[in-house]
Design a protein around this ligand. Structure first.
Ligand code: IPE
Ligand code: IPE
Ligand code: MG
Ligand code: MG
Length: 394
């Protein structure tokens, strides 16, 4: 089955299923294929979207679901956006153009949003809060998280030989790989310089450790390329490193800044961890079953690069010896033919529903981690972000 090129209308309703085409091939749980039928309804954005949504970064502004999710922190997110633009300037027009392309074109800004929402959700919860959610340190941390995230994406697009990111050509496609390496380095350097402006060294230390774990995850993935025996446990270790660590630190820093004790810091870190894992499983699903126009980045690269992801691991677990050998031949065959050849196998197996179920389990884990938080609009957004992470078509 080939991915279709259906374009999503950006429309009146925030319900992901109402902005999706009338096909099953949409977000991991939003497309109506989920066996247990418990996809969560997201209320229409028109009920909650702020009239100030023009302040949001472009990807969020264009999407009613994100508009709704980011409602409680819209002003701080606008500050994050302005600060990103301020940080990423250069007097040299050729470098400035690269910086604009690399970061100013919007991604979803999910990591800063999680940080700001968690800070807001914890506002009344912890004693000794020196840093109310509106304080500058949260904006700086949001910028640091987004710049680190973007640095990893710029480098990742070289590893994956990807041509499109955030609906525009990747740095490696529009410039070249040398430029990508240096832009990624530039973003890492700029992030730490900015983190070091905070009075407390905690952000530098914790973000540094998270970035180390992200790189370790990406390194393990590269070192495990074409390892068709890769098991689920190793897959989870890799995605926990490369994706969940940054979500985890977005949450733990919010709790630490809010003056929470170790127990609460660890509690909300669990949300970031489970959310990040669910988010990456959904991303791996979209790499196979997503629609290029909606996702806005080159898809199908996981198999092309010999990355074993959950749907394929599950397929191999469930096949007879003979069928397994046939699928292994596909996985060892020409890189550009693998996705097309393996999709019928995946679609005949339970790989899709299994992957949806596992993503859903991690989403549930994320929701459980939020239970001790007092109810607030920010907490409601964090709940919906967990739901969004497994329902999203992009
Ligand atoms: C992409 O992250 C990389 C993964 C961890 C799957 P996002 O999907 O958050 O990317 P942007 O920031 O919105 O472009
Ligand atoms: C890498 O995962 C995510 C990072 C931490 C850089 P992917 O390779 O699946 O991310 P995409 O699909 O290119 O965004
Ligand atoms: Mg990639
Ligand atoms: Mg991916």
């Amino acid at each position: 089955m080939e991915r279709s090129q259906t374009r999503y209308p950006v429309s009146e309703s925030a319900d992901l299923r109402s902005v999706a085409p009338a096909s099953n091939e949409v977000g991991i749980i939003g497309g109506g294929t989920q066996a247990d039928g418990d996809a969560i309804a997201i209320a229409p954005a028109t009920q909650n979207a702020s009239p100030e949504s023009h302040k949001l970064p472009s990807a969020a502004r264009a999407n009613p679901v994100l508009q709704m999710l980011y409602g409680p922190i819209i002003d701080q997110l606008a500050e994050v956006e302005a600060r990103i633009q301020h940080e990423m300037q250069s007097p040299y027009e050729d470098v400035a153009a690269l910086l604009r392309h690399g970061i100013q074109l919007g991604g979803k800004r999910l990591r800063p949003a999680i940080h700001l929402l968690m800070a807001k959700a914890l506002e009344q919860q912890c004693v000794g809060n020196q840093h109310p959610p509106e304080s500058d340190s949260h904006v700086v941390i949001g910028v640091v998280l987004e710049m680190i995230h973007t640095a990893t994406l710029v480098h990742d697009d070289v590893l994956d030989q990807a041509e499109t990111r955030r609906h525009v050509p990747t740095i490696n496609a529009q410039w070249n790989e040398h430029t990508s390496i240096l832009l990624g380095d530039y973003l890492f350097a700029q992030s730490y310089r900015l983190a070091a402006t905070l009075e407390n060294t905690r952000t530098c230390r914790w973000v540094g450790e998270a970035a180390r774990l992200v790189c370790q995850g990406e390194l393990r993935q590269v070192l495990q390329r074409d390892q068709l025996e890769l098991d689920r446990e190793t897959y989870f270790e890799i995605i926990r490193g490369k994706t969940a660590e940054l979500c985890r630190v977005a949450c733990s820093l919010a709790a630490a800044e809010a003056g929470c004790d170790e127990k609460m810091i660890s509690q909300v870190s669990e949300y970031g961890d489970a959310l990040g894992i669910a988010f990456q499983i959904a991303d791996d699903y979209l790499d196979l079953w997503g629609q290029d126009d909606a996702v806005g980045k080159t898809l199908g690269t996981d198999l092309q690069q010999g990355k074993m992801t959950l749907p394929v691991i599950r397929l191999l677990e469930t096949l007879s010896d003979t069928d397994r050998n046939t699928v292994i031949e596909i996985l060892q065959g020409p890189a550009d033919k693998r996705v097309k050849a393996i999709l019928p196998w995946l679609n005949q197996s339970d790989a899709k529903s299994f992957t949806q179920q596992v993503a859903n389990d991690f989403k549930e884990k994320a929701l459980q981690a939020l239970e001790p938080l007092v109810d607030s609009p920010a907490k409601a957004s964090l709940i919906r972000i967990a739901e969004f992470s497994v329902e999203r078509p992009f």
